[in-house]
Write a protein that binds this ligand. Structure first.
Ligand SMILES: *Cc1c(COP(=O)(O)O)cnc(C)c1O
Length: 386
């Protein structure tokens, strides 16, 4: 049997998640119910915000689309976002008839800095949509200040940052809206699903309503009995899609939330081992260090090398059974969004950066194997072009 590939991302799911799903099956209530409620309140507690400012959704992409609507982004508006970002965030902007305006990123951290964001603001800027690259918070606090000063919205795509913080404050809670993904490729997973945080509790109530077809709460049986009304009646004053989570997925999410701290601790160890193994390898630039007070979720481990060898090094590793990748391909270069923008740091970084395998199940031997294979590939390919 050929030995399996070492994955870049991999979920850690087991008996506890299976048992939780089994309980949902046995309850005969698989739709939105007590597990969704527990998932929302569990995450609210995790990020340290009131329960009523948190709503779950069926995906982070959907949450980002809804965020645009909640902030009133519309035709003629501009939304500034880093070119190194998830494609769904730009799609969310475009879906409103607004224009995504891409900014450059720091060449080492791949996060948009406050100067990158500021340089792209115009009178038409309605909002800034920021990613925490690899789980590193970046200059989020200063960017939040800038947005507040200018009176523009701030949305944090905190999909990489399930447990990231600055001075104890959770990433995703600096702006007006924060969204977290729990899809198959994240740290804690719910198979699919997302959380949206809104600073304004009224906006959270609107988010919850829009996430379920715009339906206003039906009265419920007890209330209907008291008021002699029908429990199946409802009101609709704005229309929308169906974007809610369900108890099957939320049951998995609740178990995973309980393990999140442990997952991140394991990822920190792996990160430290890569750091140690790769220190001093000629031709390899190690990951940037975190500033004091910043906590990362360690979602990505990335290294940088001469752009002339990056692709061939990736292929060398693949040939030895190791997947690598680059997140996130530049959006100002794709057909739908391409223009004549030149974003030099992002372009340099995108050509030089490689993300290595990083997940909870990676053992020390595998980390050492990946490190040695990478060092070997970089050394031999560097010699070949010298
Ligand atoms: C995964 C991811 C998303 C999308 O999440 P879904 O729940 O799959 O829609 C958005 N942004 C980033 C940065 C991601 O990594």
């Amino acid at each position: 049997m050929p030995s399996p590939m070492i994955n870049v991302f991999q979920p850690s799911l087991g008996e506890e998640e299976l048992a939780a799903v089994g309980e949902v099956f046995a309850s005969c209530w698989i739709g939105r119910g007590p597990r969704v409620d527990a998932f929302e309140s569990g995450f609210a507690e995790h990020i340290g915000v009131p329960r009523n400012q948190v709503t779950s959704m069926n995906s982070c992409t959907e949450a980002t689309f809804l965020a645009m609507e909640l902030l009133g982004v519309g035709p003629g508006d501009e939304v500034v976002l880093p070119t190194v970002t998830f494609v769904g965030t730009a799609n969310a902007v475009a879906s409103r008839g607004a224009r995504p305006v891409f900014c450059d990123v720091d060449p080492r951290t791949l996060n948009a800095g406050v100067a990158d964001v500021r340089s792209r603001l115009t009178a038409r800027t309605k909002a800034v949509l920021l990613l925490h690259y690899g789980g590193h918070p970046g200059e989020i606090a200063r960017i939040a200040d800038l947005c507040r000063e200018r009176g523009i919205g701030l949305i944090e795509d905190a999909a990489n940052a399930q447990a990231s913080s600055v001075e104890g404050r959770a990433c995703g809670t600096f702006g007006d809206i924060g969204v977290w993904s729990f899809d198959h490729g994240k740290i804690a997973v719910a198979v699919d699903g997302a959380i949206m945080y809104t600073k304004d509790p009224e906006l959270a109530a609107r988010a919850a309503k829009l996430a379920y077809l715009g339906m206003e709460q039906a009265t419920g049986y007890g209330e209907a009995m008291r008021t002699h009304t029908r429990w199946w009646d409802f009101e609709v004053s704005s229309f929308s899609r169906r974007s809610i989570m369900n108890d099957v997925l939320a049951a998995i999410g609740v178990v995973q939330l309980g393990k999140l701290k442990g997952f991140v601790a394991r990822r920190r160890e792996i990160t430290a081992r890569y750091d140690e193994n790769l220190r001093g390898v000629a031709g390899l630039v190690p990951r940037p260090v975190l500033p004091a007070g910043h906590e990362s979720s360690y979602y990505l481990y990335w290294v940088q090398m001469d752009a002339g060898i990056r692709d061939v090094v990736a292929r060398d590793l693949y040939d030895r059974g190791i997947y690598t990748t680059f997140r996130y391909p530049l959006l100002h270069k794709v057909k739908a969004y391409g223009g004549d923008a030149h974003l030099p740091s992002a372009e340099r970084a995108a050509a030089a950066t490689l993300c290595l395998p990083l997940h909870q199940a990676l053992g020390p031997d595998e980390v050492d194997f990946v490190s040695a294979a990478l060092a070997e590939a970089v050394t031999s390919r560097t010699a070949a072009i010298a």
